[in-house]
Ligand binder design. Structure first.
Ligand SMILES: Nc1ncnc2c1ncn2[C@@H]1O[C@H](COP(=O)(O)OP(=O)(O)OP(=O)(O)O)[C@@H](O)[C@H]1O
Ligand SMILES: [Mg+2]
Length: 223
């Protein structure tokens, strides 16, 4: 779950991203995050990923009040929340394999399990021949699939996906949406930021629309 109470969020010298916003997203939700370019979608996802604190107000993520919690609690919480960044943010000096395995290594998981899970996901992403390469040698779509693999490998409770289909072809988009639905069926809350109205029409779900510092929740399914 994600709960905002009277949250203000802004960067210095720019218009507010959130102005006194309250919002409740129950655990297990699947929703789109829309709004025009520059309105603050990526910033909002980064706040849900505990990278940015609100300027005012309270946030609860997975029943944890983030402003009242200790650092160790927040570290544990962060391991349950994954993000697929709009610009991928792969680590350039790590191989593809090590990029994907990183979240599991941060949890001190056994290397045998890490190996099994990482290889399985590499195969699913059709990247099993690229394990020893570094990110900069891959295409945009390949890099995006690695960013997706890294975000889902530790089976998060909240998945924040920032324009996750931009570099993918049509078949990969269908497979990815299937994967998101499977994760959602397991109870993961999924929020996908996108500009792509066709994608939203193809996969109807409630919409959070960010506009003028407010979030409008639109349950209507557009056909
Ligand atoms: N680190 C930062 N410092 C100051 N301003 C920032 C910072 N990051 C983003 N901004 C500004 O905040 C606003 C929201 O940016 P953000 O990237 O969240 O928008 P967005 O809705 O994701 O846009 P897009 O659809 O183009 O990806 C923009 O005006 C941007 O210039
Ligand atoms: Mg963005």
């Amino acid at each position: 779950m994600i709960q905002l109470d009277n949250v203000n969020l802004y960067y210095e010298q720019s218009s507010p991203i959130l102005s006194n916003v309250s919002l409740y997203i129950p655990q297990g939700s699947f929703c789109w995050l829309t709004g025009s370019s520059g309105v603050g979608k990526s910033t909002l996802l980064r706040m849900f990923h505990l990278e940015i604190k609100p300027n005012q107000g309270h946030i609860q993520l997975l029943d944890t009040d983030i402003l009242k919690s200790r650092r160790s609690t927040l570290c544990n919480l962060k391991q349950r929340i994954s993000i697929i960044y709009q610009d991928f943010k792969l680590i350039p000096n790590l191989t593809i394999y090590d990029n994907i395995a990183l979240p599991l290594r941060l949890q001190n998981m056994d290397e045998t399990i890490i190996n099994r899970w990482t290889n399985r996901i590499l195969q699913w992403m059709n990247l099993q021949n690229k394990t020893r390469l570094h990110p900069k040698t891959l295409s945009g779509g390949e890099q995006q699939r690695i960013a997706i693999a890294r975000a889902i490998i530790n089976r998060p409770d909240i998945l924040l996906a920032d324009e996750p289909t931009n570099a993918l072809d049509e078949e990969q988009v269908l497979r990815l949406m299937d994967l998101f639905y499977d994760l959602n069926d397991l109870g993961c809350t999924i929020i996908i930021a996108t500009h792509n109205d066709n994608l939203i029409r193809q996969f109807p779900a409630p919409k959070l629309k960010l506009e003028k510092g407010q979030i409008k929740v639109d349950d209507a399914i557009q056909t």
